[in-house]
Design a protein around this ligand. Structure first.
Ligand code: NAD
Ligand code: ZN
Length: 366
């Protein structure tokens, strides 16, 4: 199958460089990629029960050719905990995992964040390889080196720890349920708003991309590769999220998204769905502030709808709680990434009153 991306990320400030492959079927060659990256120790594969159920055979092959061990955790966000990290560390200890052995995080963003976190602290760091298995993990969480668990709050405890290799095999997405696939398209749309050529590709190919289809896997693969390149460009420039308008721009739509997720106790919305709603709100706010043309708001909303993503929140939620959540990490300020045009985002602090009025309207629009 065609290679959509074979790129070496260079992060000289972190003294890190690693290869990212996006290619249907690439998983078959994982052992060769490991050897090429000089990862010749044993493989400790961390995965979750769902992923193991669907892809256990491939994992077993991987283990047998790399003298490996399987570490399986329950599926879902609750596995991003100290308890689970501790259990994994105990298993690594029981098997005498050493510094030349490799941790392979084989799963969605939960496994990537948890496996990455453990890899970064066990024995002061083991080599880490990501094999993302959700669309969200392929375009987002496997790139950039953020790891974490939800101790002290969502993603509150974590590290920056770059992997040594990322192998994205889009054929793994075949077993993903439709809702989880669609939420990944929420993050994809975010990248598209940051990149004009990606946006036109997503608009033109939306019919082929709305659902996973083996016959359109090359189109999907190209799209994933472009999102990855978009994220890489930002991360290479600002690896620690220190610059104004650097890595922070990837948080477009996320101010409201995070607040909505927290206010509904992470039970009603998947992250990518919340991001879609958050982008629709942010674009509307930018329009109200006279920053952007109404055309962009309509274009973005139309695209989200075409991809079957939500654009408004339909449940019940307390406005005050959302306001509190939105200001929480920002020292009481309301800080948004707002579009001026496609590819042109700015970071802006908006008055409390302005936010309150627009949000109140937004939450009653269906
Ligand atoms: N580190 C980062 O930069 C970063 C960025 C974005 C999100 N995240 C984190 O990612 C997590 C969300 O990731 P996610 O959406 O991938 O969730 P997830 O890992 O929980 O996966 C969603 C569900 O799909 C299942 N699954 C995974 N791959 C499958 C496959 N191929 N076939 C069938 N089922 C499969 C999982 O078992 C799970 O039930 C959150 O914890 C979030 O904080 C991290
Ligand atoms: Zn996100």
């Amino acid at each position: 199958m065609k290679v959509s991306l074979d790129y070496s990320i260079q992060l000289p400030r972190l003294r890190a460089a690693y290869r990212v492959i996006v290619q249907p079927g690439s998983l078959i060659s994982l052992s060769d990629y490991l050897a090429a990256a000089d990862l010749k120790g044993r493989a400790f594969v961390i995965t979750d029960k769902n992923v193991d159920k669907y892809h256990g055979k491939k994992i077993a092959e991987l283990l047998s050719s790399n003298d490996g061990h399987l570490i399986r955790v329950p599926s879902g966000e609750s596995s991003k905990s100290w308890n689970q990290a501790g259990e994994i560390i105990e298993k690594l200890t029981a098997h005498n995992a050493e510094r030349h052995d490799t941790i392979i995080a084989f799963g969605g963003g939960v496994i990537g964040d948890l496996g990455g976190f453990v890899a970064s602290i066990y024995n002061r760091g083991l080599p880490l390889v990501h094999v993302p298995t959700t669309l969200l993990a392929m375009v987002d969480s496997s790139i950039g080196g953020k790891t974490g668990i939800n101790h002290g709050g969502k993603n509150k405890s974590g590290t920056f720890y770059q992997p040594r290799l990322v192998i994205s095999d889009p054929s793994l997405l075949k077993t993903l349920d439709q809702r989880t696939y669609t939420e990944g398209l929420g993050e994809v749309t975010k990248y598209a708003m940051l990149n004009e050529s990606l946006l036109s590709e997503l608009q033109n190919q939306a019919d082929k991309l709305r659902c996973f289809s083996p016959s359109h896997i090359d189109v999907l693969s190209e799209l994933i590769a472009k999102c990855v390149q978009q994220k890489i460009a930002v991360v290479e420039n600002d690896p620690y999220e220190q610059q104004v308008a650097g890595r922070e721009l990837l948080n477009y739509g996320h101010t409201l998204a995070h607040a909505l997720e927290a206010s509904t106790n992470y039970k009603e919305l998947l992250h990518g769905e919340a991001v879609a709603i958050g982008m629709n709100y942010a674009a509307g706010l930018a329009y109200k502030l006279g920053i952007v043309d109404e055309k962009l708001v309509t274009l973005q909303r139309g695209l989200l709808e075409k991809l079957n993503l939500p654009t408004y929140f339909e449940g019940d939620v307390d406005l005050n709680r959302i306001m509190t959540e939105m200001a929480k990490d920002k020292k009481g300020r309301f800080r948004f990434i707002l579009p001026q045009a496609v590819e042109q985002m700015i970071v802006k602090e908006v008055d409390r009153q302005e936010v309150e009025i627009s949000l109140s309207n937004f939450l009653t629009t269906r």
